[in-house]
Design a protein around this ligand. Structure first.
Ligand SMILES: Cc1cc2nc3c(=O)[nH]c(=O)nc-3n(C[C@H](O)[C@H](O)[C@H](O)COP(=O)(O)OP(=O)(O)OC[C@H]3O[C@@H](n4cnc5c(N)ncnc54)[C@H](O)[C@@H]3O)c2cc1C
Ligand SMILES: *[C@@H]1O[C@H](CO)[C@@H](O)[C@H](O)[C@H]1NC(C)=O
Ligand SMILES: *[C@@H]1O[C@H](CO)[C@@H](O)[C@H](O)[C@H]1NC(C)=O
Ligand SMILES: *[C@@H]1O[C@H](CO)[C@@H](O)[C@H](O)[C@H]1NC(C)=O
Ligand SMILES: *[C@@H]1O[C@H](CO)[C@@H](O)[C@H](O)[C@H]1NC(C)=O
Ligand SMILES: *[C@@H]1O[C@H](CO)[C@@H](O)[C@H](O)[C@H]1NC(C)=O
Length: 531
């Protein structure tokens, strides 16, 4: 029987429980049958039901599931699959899902863009339901007010496109990869090429609409400042389902300049990277220069892609004065609009900005870790990283250094949950990619090795990490003697430092029964471990 007719039949006849129990795959517990019945009843209309509810029986199930899996490490036959996937087409469906899930003890995972580094938005080791927000993706610009309401199922590429289409001198400071979802990204902080000038995406969120653990829709005024604070960097998955954000836009000049300088020769490249540390976070905020270390065929290379908020002429003056070692030349530079620079940075080729709206899936599995650097790393250690990249398992590895300073240093570390502000020169991301499922351990161990080697040169006590580059090696709930609060604190202070306690207070108040939880979610003061 087709799901649609099947479900309409239960709406009519109220022998539903029996029917559902008979017809739902055996992995589904009675709770899930109750949940499905509760939800079907609330959605009422059979057309809506078939649009919103996907059971493993539906032919759409696996394509909906994999549509935004951005790390194939979590797309194997062995990866636990959800009992149901919901794709709400109206905010009230999210409310219904939360209310029914609460009532029937259903564990949910919320997914926006699916970029979670550890797959937590679509993988759980206990029976679970995914709320996938992909259909809630409207973007409403109010160009006169320089503000936007963006639903969380939208990607940052779609957001950039909508802004860029309307006005070439307005922008939004968020990540580099256009397929990242605004749901996870803004709730964890979010940064890209504008971070030195304008800070994090979360720093520009001025209001939000959420569904709380009681199924209510709340805006900033109703949720209160503590709750609103928590979702701008504390990770969305611990507090609510964010339906939409209201953000303020920033100004950019009509002409910006992009460049990319690449150095192959080991000794001089290492020297320039070393020197970069003394310039990149102190130089004028209009300049953002990243370092990428990676292999090209057999050779390691260092590239320095950058964005300058101004013309080539003033860029060259600035770089020749402050960072002549880079050897930047006019031929390395290209003037364009900010929205074109987004396409350039995303390495999408010489194409129109329409490409930003395209949803693509990643084909390589990956593992990553992050660090914050507070004092320059010695040249010998940079050389060590360079040499590590020559190892066989580092064929597709990348080390990415993202400079901070500028606006990032002006925002106090308690203003949002993201605490890595003043005193942090740059972030390092250690990334390794591989093809296929075989032998992934050796690639993951490579990342761990480099990370361990760097321990004495990066932030300490606690060693900082960025929640949006989630890393389950930092710890996860295992149950046992320690309370969930004690367990969560051990990685919570790495992501949030002193803000961890305030996040726990907010969590305890807004979700006292720990409905919104995952392997690394913020605990309440009293929650017991059920993972
Ligand atoms: C290829 C790639 C490039 C990236 N580039 C950058 C970058 O340039 N800068 C940067 O800062 N980060 C970057 N990231 C990291 C990215 O910011 C995080 O992975 C972010 O959490 C992704 O959000 P998402 O909605 O796509 O992911 P999801 O996997 O959908 O969600 C991530 C987490 O947020 C929760 N969540 C998602 N939506 C909601 C919601 N609406 N309400 C409540 N909780 C929610 C999920 O449950 C999960 O815990 C990148 C990641 C990848 C894979
Ligand atoms: C799912 O498929 C099984 C076996 O094909 C069938 O017996 C069952 O009725 C189906 N369930 C639903 C919800 O359609
Ligand atoms: C279902 O929808 C119909 C038509 O929209 C309405 O008349 C009916 O009252 C609804 N039933 C429930 C249970 O909400
Ligand atoms: C613009 O913002 C102001 C102040 O926040 C508000 O009062 C006004 O209604 C907004 N205008 C529109 C068209 O939304
Ligand atoms: C774009 O926005 C800026 C700043 O709000 C404004 O001054 C400018 O007139 C706008 N340009 C266009 C083409 O709308
Ligand atoms: C910069 O150049 C390097 C080396 O050629 C390349 O791998 C990288 O993709 C380029 N970066 C950008 C943003 O174009």
């Amino acid at each position: 029987m087709k799901l649609q007719s099947f479900l309409s039949s239960i709406l009519l006849s109220f022998t539903t429980t029996i029917l559902l129990l008979l017809s739902i795959p055996h992995s589904v517990s009675a709770n899930h049958a109750g949940f499905l019945q509760c939800l079907s009843f609330r959605l009422n209309d059979s057309n809506i039901i078939s649009k919103v509810i996907h059971t493993p029986n539906d032919s759409s199930f696996s394509s909906v599931l994999s549509s935004s899996i951005q790390n194939p490490r979590f797309s194997t036959p062995g990866t636990p699959k959800p009992v149901l996937i919901l794709t709400p087409v109206h905010p009230s469906h999210v409310q219904s899902a939360v209310k029914c899930a609460r009532r029937f003890g259903i564990h949910i995972r919320t997914r926006s863009g699916g970029h979670d580094y550890e797959g937590l938005s679509y993988v759980s080791h206990k029976p679970f339901v995914i709320i996938d927000l992909k259909n809630l993706r409207s973007i409403t610009l109010n160009i006169d007010n320089r503000s936007v309401w963006v639903q969380t199922g939208a990607t940052i590429g779609e957001l950039y496109y909508e802004i860029g289409k309307k006005n070439k001198t307005l922008a939004f400071p968020a990540g580099v990869c256009p397929t990242v979802g605004v749901g996870g990204h803004f709730s964890g902080g979010g940064y890209g090429t504008l971070l030195r000038k304008h800070g994090l995406a979360a720093d520009h969120v001025v209001d939000a609409r959420v569904v709380d653990s009681r199924g209510r829709v709340l805006e900033r005024r109703e949720m209160g400042e503590d709750f609103f604070w928590a979702i701008r960097g504390g990770g969305g998955s611990s507090f609510c389902v964010v339906l939409s954000w209201k953000i303020g836009l920033v100004d950019v000049p009509s002409t910006v300049t992009v460049f990319n300088v690449t150095k192959f020769e080991e000794q001089s490249a290492v020297k320039i990277v070393h020197r970069w540390q003394f310039v990149s976070d102190r130089v004028d905020d209009d300049l953002f220069v990243r370092v990428m270390l990676q292999r090209f065929r057999d050779r390691v290379r260092a590239s320095f892609p950058g964005l300058y908020l101004g013309s080539v002429k003033s860029l060259l003056e600035l770089v020749n004065r402050e960072f002549p070692e880079l050897g930047l030349e006019e031929s390395d530079c290209q003037e364009m609009t900010w929205i074109e620079s987004v396409v350039w940075f995303a390495e999408l080729g010489d194409v129109s900005i329409d490409v930003l709206g395209k949803r693509t899936r990643a084909s390589l599995a990956f593992k990553a870790k992050s660090d914050f650097v507070q004092e320059p790393i010695p040249e010998s250690s940079i050389l060590k990283m360079w040499r590590r990249l020559q190892e066989p398992e580092a064929e597709l590895a990348q080390l990415i250094f993202t400079p901070f300073g500028g606006r990032m240093s002006e925002i106090q570390d308690y203003e949002t949950p993201f605490p890595h502000r003043y005193g942090n020169m740059y972030e390092i991301q250690y990334l390794n990619y591989w093809r296929g499922g075989e032998g992934r351990e050796k690639y993951m161990r490579w990342v761990e090795r480099v990370y361990n080697e760097m321990s004495e040169f990066v932030s300490r006590s606690p060693r900082g990490a960025y929640i949006n580059l989630r890393d389950l090696d930092l710890g996860m709930y295992v149950g046992g003697k320690r309370s969930k609060y004690e367990e969560g604190k051990s990685w919570g202070v790495k992501y949030f430092k002193n803000n961890f306690e305030r996040l726990v207070r907010v969590k305890t108040r807004v979700d006292p029964f720990d409905f919104f939880c995952d392997e690394q979610s913020i605990p309440t003061f009293s929650s017991v471990d059920v993972m």
